[in-house]
Design a protein around this ligand. Structure first.
Ligand code: HEM
Length: 236
């Protein structure tokens, strides 16, 4: 009976099963070489490869260039690049003078070939004012309340009357229809007394405008106003 049961037990299983009972086996694994690579699913053959990557990359355009494949732009190398510009010779440079190719230097020229204009004896420029006669001094004087007119009230002044006031100590002139006593202003004039005396005793509107139209004569001589220029009265 026992032998029968034993034969029935072993012969009743499927043919895939081994006739002998399977014994579980245990495999031992050695730990990875370093902790960093732990858990990474990288291929073991790459971890061990210490050789650097190919440069240029194996599929790079540089490598393709040599094969002259259509559609892939070739990369320029030093032999086909535009040559660099020539180095300018610094020793030939002169400040302010353009070089042979017309490149000008922004530096101020050290000298100029044109001599400075000689001062003319005729004048026409600014003069050195004597101490105490600056524009500020004149501004202080004219607003000091000092009598710079020399007249009690504003007058109607015909050219014949104006003509009499043509001396240094009594200089009148007309500008834009207004007559001013310029006597006090003479030593303050930046253009000099001589220039100012050219219009003494007459209408100086034109000469004034041609010299410095930007100067506000009405403001500068407001306290020197003596009257208004009127036409000569017709003789009866
Ligand atoms: C009474 C009327 C005048 C007044 C108030 C006056 C005032 C002045 C002033 C303020 C300046 C300095 C201008 C500046 O720095 O830009 C000046 C310069 C000058 N003025 Fe008169 N001026 C008068 C009449 C004249 C006249 C009649 C002449 C005749 C030519 C004259 C000739 C000059 C000249 C030559 C300068 C120097 C210009 C320069 O180099 O900048 N001025 N004057």
């Amino acid at each position: 009976m026992t032998s029968y049961l034993r034969s029935w037990l072993y012969s009743g299983t499927s043919s895939a099963e081994s006739p002998t009972p399977t014994v579980p086996t245990f495999q031992t694994f050695s730990p990875p070489a370093s902790d960093e690579e732990e858990g990474e699913e990288t291929e073991t053959e790459q971890q061990d490869d210490d050789s650097p990557p190919a440069f240029p990359s194996l599929n790079s355009a540089q490598r393709v260039k040599s094969s002259k494949l259509p559609g892939i732009p070739s990369i320029l190398n030093d032999s086909v690049l535009m040559p660099p510009p020539p180095v300018p010779s610094l020793s030939m440079r002169r400040p302010g003078v353009p070089d042979a190719r017309g490149n000008s230097s922004l530096l101020v020229p050290t000298t100029t070939t044109k001599p400075p204009p000689k001062p003319t004896k005729k004048g026409g420029g600014k003069v050195a004012l004597s101490p105490g006669h600056s524009p500020l001094d004149w501004a202080a004087l004219k607003s000091s309340g000092a009598d710079l007119r020399g007249v009690d009230s504003l007058m109607r002044i015909p050219p014949s009357v104006l003509k009499k006031h043509n001396k240094r100590d009594d200089a009148w002139s007309a500008f834009n229809g207004k007559v001013y006593n310029m006597t006090a202003y003479l030593p303050f004039h930046p253009g000099g007394e001589r220039e100012l005396m050219r219009v003494a005793g007459r209408d100086g509107t034109q000469l004034f405008a041609s010299t410095h139209a930007w100067v506000n004569v009405d403001f500068m001589l407001d306290s020197c106003l003596v009257g208004f220029l009127v036409p000569e009265p017709s003789s009866p």
